[in-house]
Design a protein around this ligand. Structure first.
Ligand SMILES: *Cc1c(COP(=O)(O)O)cnc(C)c1O
Length: 461
């Protein structure tokens, strides 16, 4: 592999970055004080290099997205050829392009029969904004314009636009950008480790599902438009719901005639060991927003798959749906997504995740003997390590996020990228890794945990 950044003037770049780069999800005061950005230069497979030449194992696939791994030139070539042929044309006003049409057909072919219609967007946030507008329009056309309210979970992440941040359940995000919008309710998240107390996981799963029904009754079923959930909550700390949860939520949605939206932005395209998270949990959604894994992050693209009984209402009643983005179905992004899906299929990557998942789970679980680790859980190639001060009571450290942050920094220093969601270390590695890389990774993680323990051992109870 060629290393294009050998003569990088890193100091100068960091000065520029501090001077002009307004980073997302960053405390700038703390960030500048700590010296600014670690600038990444190139990557291959599951490994990424920074400007100092450090080679890091990326157990997060970027931001849960580089599923096929870095360095796949086929995707670069697909973008190059498409840009040479037709860099841009829109999909408004009765036009399309070859890749947009092919990708709609391809996504539909990967889904259950009823998902025949695919609406293109550029990100997960836009996918969820589209869901909100589309679902409300659906109910209006059905003569039930009062069905406006979306029910989501606490600590859900559905994106960062004004609507998507209100839809999500991140309290810190609700506290910024003005008064929370009306029409969004948040219920107990199915996180047994955090909230389960003395209940068995199965009993707790039923309790969390009951919270959905309580919310419907509180709001009034005739006012609820949809329930939305990530099959596994990602940014909330990889919350894998107990087995009892989703079937019960499904039953409740059916009972009150409420649409069910499965946010597959992380789970889709193989992450959980099946093409879709809704297959892993046996959910029957009506709408499916997707993004990240659709292009493995090589270019921005997202979509919303819409079930027949929803699109039929929007189509049959006629009238224009006044919604879309300049780059909906961008030809280069769609060409890259098609190539990404071809690779996943040809290289049987979903099967690979399923086959390797038990090995990954077993190796990761070996960390449960560590004094800091309260639980290790995973499903397919997504999982979490809970850091606790008391293993028996699942007791947390003071100031949630502090110890997680310490651990994340030790990971980075130790050439491993894992993310901290408060004091939950999460992982979501590329599908291309093998057993040897899993072994290397678990060793790096143990070292980072040991270093974290040195820092906080006085706090253990
Ligand atoms: C990342 C994410 C989003 C938002 O996607 P963007 O592309 O960042 O807008 C939405 N839903 C889930 C589940 C996500 O993880």
């Amino acid at each position: 592999m060629n290393i294009p950044y050998r003569n990088l003037n890193l100091d100068e770049l960091v000065v520029k970055d501090n001077a002009h780069h307004f980073h997302p999800f960053t405390d700038h005061k703390e960030f500048h004080a700590a010296g600014g950005a670690r600038i990444m230069t190139h990557a291959d497979g599951a490994w990424i290099w920074d400007g100092n030449g450090n080679k890091l194992f990326d157990a997060m696939s970027g931001l849960w997205c580089v599923n096929i791994g870095y360095g796949r030139k086929e995707l670069a070539k697909a973008a190059y050829h498409q840009m040479c042929d037709l860099p841009y044309y829109n999909t408004f006003f009765k036009t399309s392009t070859v890749p947009a049409t092919e990708l709609a057909d391809k996504i539909s072919s990967l889904m259950p029969e009823r998902f025949k219609q695919i609406f293109f967007v550029n990100s997960g946030s836009e996918a969820n904004d589209t869901v909100i507008r589309l679902v409300r329009q659906y109910w209006a056309l059905k003569g039930k314009p009062d069905r406006q309210v979306f029910i989501a979970r606490m600590r859900a992440y559905h994106g960062s636009t004004v609507a998507a941040s209100n839809l999500g359940g991140m309290a810190a995000m609700h506290g910024q950008g003005g008064t929370p919008l009306p029409g969004f309710e948040h219920v107990l998240e199915p996180d047994w480790f955090q909230h389960g107390g003395d209940l068995s996981p199965d009993d707790f799963g039923l309790k969390a599902a009951a919270a959905v029904e309580e919310c419907i009754l509180k709001v009034g079923a005739d006012k609820v438009a949809a329930f939305i959930g990530e099959p596994i909550q990602g940014a909330g700390g990889v919350i894998i719901p107990p087995d009892t949860y989703w079937p019960e939520v499904q039953r409740i949605c059916k009972r009150y005639d409420i649409l069910l939206v499965a946010d597959e932005v992380i789970c889709g395209f193989g992450r959980t060991g099946n093409w879709w998270g809704f297959e892993t949990f046996d959910i029957e959604p009506d709408l499916v927003p997707m993004a990240k894994g659709l292009s493995s992050g090589y270019l921005p693209v997202g979509a919303v798959a819409v079930a027949d009984h929803v699109s039929d209402v929007l189509f049959d009643k006629g009238g224009e749906f006044y919604h879309g983005y300049t780059y909906s179905g961008h030809p280069a992004s769609c060409a890259v997504a098609l190539e990404n899906i071809r690779i996943i299929q040809d290289e049987k990557m979903v099967e690979r995740v399923r086959q390797l998942a038990p090995y990954l789970a077993k190796k990761m679980s070996s960390l449960t003997d560590h004094p800091l680790v309260g639980e290790v859980r995973s499903q397919g190639f997504i999982g979490a390590i809970e850091l606790v001060r008391n293993k028996k009571t699942r007791g947390r450290f003071d100031d949630p996020g502090r110890v997680g942050g310490i651990c994340r920094d030790h990971c980075f220093a130790n050439r491993l990228i894992m993310r901290a969601c408060w004091d939950t270390m999460v992982f979501s590695p590329p599908f291309c890794i093998g057993k040897q890389e899993i072994d290397t990774w678990v060793n790096l993680a143990r070292t980072a945990l040991d270093h974290t323990l040195e820092d906080v051992k006085d706090e253990l109870a």
